[in-house]
Design a protein around this ligand. Structure first.
Ligand code: ATP
Ligand code: F6P
Ligand code: MG
Length: 481
């Protein structure tokens, strides 16, 4: 096996095109660290489990659909406990921080990190950082114990608080150093993971024995490589309630129209999955699929047809959809950003509702009743459902096993149903988006029967832009399909 190392990327290659995109280890820059037997070896719950410890060569392929002559391709290191650990339990001083927007399951991840550190590894010094990245240098820490965190998974939000902006790498690493912290667990979305990557680099530059582990959080499911992000399943489930209400309202009125706005700044996964799950949605609009309102093949023409056929209809729109149409219509629209530099969006739900009302007001023979529902923050603020709770638990346990084993600069994530350690740069290099030339979007179009809003010319352009050289790669690129 050949290998090539640098701060960001540790790649090893093997036979038949095998590539391991590995994560850094503390010994990459501090070679003579002492090791200790994993305390789980003497834990009765685990010592009976056959092959409980992960073999050091276990890895998970990124692409699982292959042809007989396909090279083995990119793999990620399998997550899980190792025979040896690089921290003595009494020496560990861990901290946990949550950043970015809320997402169902944050408290479950916090709880399970605290519990795993204590129950599996005998670590009982865990600090909570208050209010996101800036909490490292501007606030006091919160002591986290199994008792304090016992019930928190039943609550939405994050008991630690969160924020946008305020990432000052030097101040954060100074604070980590001053407080004697040697394991940092960072829960957050794409922005947070970018922040974690630079914290790791600065820690490495200072030669500190500090492991940095990221746990990807995003209700939008916009983090690449991983199968799906935690909280996504809960969000899709909760969105059903809003869609159902919109459907009941629409069904009860003549030419009733229910409009539901869902989250999804740049990626329309929640809207797509909520639509597929519900079966009551007649049209789903997402940021990745441009649409137009007027004329042949436009939204209004489809709505008129649907109302004539069915007497009512439900439209689901992701918050990032149609932003270019809004910007073109709103005079002096400002290009505002939040504290993290994310673009602040105009309310597309209100806008489209008004445009629909205006359109049908012009057609005297088709009076409509439109109800607009915006459940976005209600969906984000709830606790995670059962399946997300299990997922959060395994993510937290994987993060703890990885840090204890001396890995650093990694994000934990599910890849093809297996838990893995993924290098930060693979997580932050791009955003996961719905590929509209892929099968899943086609499944949605055939389920709602809505127009694609793409002329033949646009289809060719989209295909040239998105589709990788073989159909196989296509499947692995877009997760949650
Ligand atoms: N490129 C970057 N480098 C360092 N820190 C960053 C970077 N981008 C964002 N951050 C920091 O990460 C934190 C969270 O970022 P952001 O508000 O974009 O949310 P997020 O983690 O992407 O989550 P979500 O978008 O799902 O709500 C903020 O404190 C922000 O300052
Ligand atoms: O209002 P806030 O907290 O800035 O968050 C809104 C954004 O956060 C998210 O929930 C996650 O990025 C987006 O879907 C949404 O646009
Ligand atoms: Mg983000």
């Amino acid at each position: 096996m050949g290998s090539q190392n640098n701060y960001q990327m540790k790649v090893a290659t093997g036979e038949f095109g095998y590539i391991l995109e590995d994560v850094p280890h503390l010994t990459d820059y501090i070679p003579d660290l002492p090791t200790y037997p994993n305390p789980l070896r003497s834990n009765p719950a685990y010592s009976v489990v056959k092959q409980y410890f992960v073999h050091m060569d276990d890895s998970i392929p990124q692409k699982i659909v292959v042809h007989k002559d396909t090279p083995r391709g990119v793999h990620f290191r399998r997550a899980g406990p190792r025979q040896k650990v690089y921290f003595a339990s009494d020496d560990v001083r861990a901290c946990i921080v949550t950043c970015g927007g809320l997402c169902p399951g944050l408290n479950t991840v916090i709880r399970e990190i605290v519990h795993s550190l204590d129950y599996m590894y005998g670590v009982n010094q865990v600090l909570g950082i208050d209010g996101g990245y800036r909490g490292f240098y501007s606030k006091n820490t919160i002591t986290l114990t199994p008792k304090v965190t016992n019930d928190i998974h039943k609550r939405g939000g994050t008991i630690l608080g969160t924020s946008r902006g305020g990432h000052d790498t030097m101040k954060i690493v100074d604070s980590i150093q001053d407080r004697g912290i040697n394991q940092v667990y960072i829960i957050g979305g794409d922005g947070t993971q970018k922040g974690a990557a630079v914290i790791y680099e600065e820690i490495r530059r200072r030669n500190l024995t500090v492991a940095v582990a990221g746990i990807p959080k995003t209700i939008d499911n916009d983090i690449p490589v991983i199968d799906r992000s935690f909280g996504f399943d809960t969000a899709v489930e909760e969105a059903q309630r809003a869609i159902n209400a919109a459907h009941v309202e629409a069904e009860s009125a003549e030419n009733g129209i229910g409009v539901v706005k869902l989250m999804g700044r740049y990626s329309g996964f929640i809207a797509m999955y909520a639509t597929l799950a519900s079966r009551d949605v007649d049209c789903c609009l997402i940021p990745e699929s441009p649409f137009y309102l007027e004329g042949e093949g436009g939204l209004f023409q489809y709505m008129e047809k649907r109302l004539k056929e069915n007497g009512h209809m439900v439209l689901v729109i992701a918050e990032g959809a149609g932003q270019e149409l809004l910007a073109a219509e709103i005079q002096n629209s400002k290009n505002e950003q939040d504290a993290s530099g994310n673009k602040l969006l105009q309310d597309v739900g209100l806008w489209i509702s008004q445009r629909i009302k205006d359109h049908f007001a012009k057609l005297s023979k088709m009076p409509i009743t439109l109800k607009y529902i915006d459940p976005t923050y209600m969906i984000r603020a709830i606790p995670s459902n059962a399946s997300d709770n299990v997922y959060c638990t395994l993510l937290a346990q994987s993060a703890v096993h990885g840090a204890m084993a001396g890995y650093t600069g990694f994000t934990v994530g599910l890849v093809n149903g297996r838990h893995t350690y993924i290098p930060f740069n693979r997580i932050i290099e791009r955003q996961n988006k719905v590929v509209i030339t892929d099968r899943m979007w086609a499944r949605l179009l055939s389920s709602t029967n809505q127009p694609s809003f793409l002329g033949p010319k646009a289809v060719v352009a989209a295909k040239t832009e998105e589709v990788p050289p073989t159909q196989l790669l296509d499947d692995a690129d877009q997760k949650t399909n």
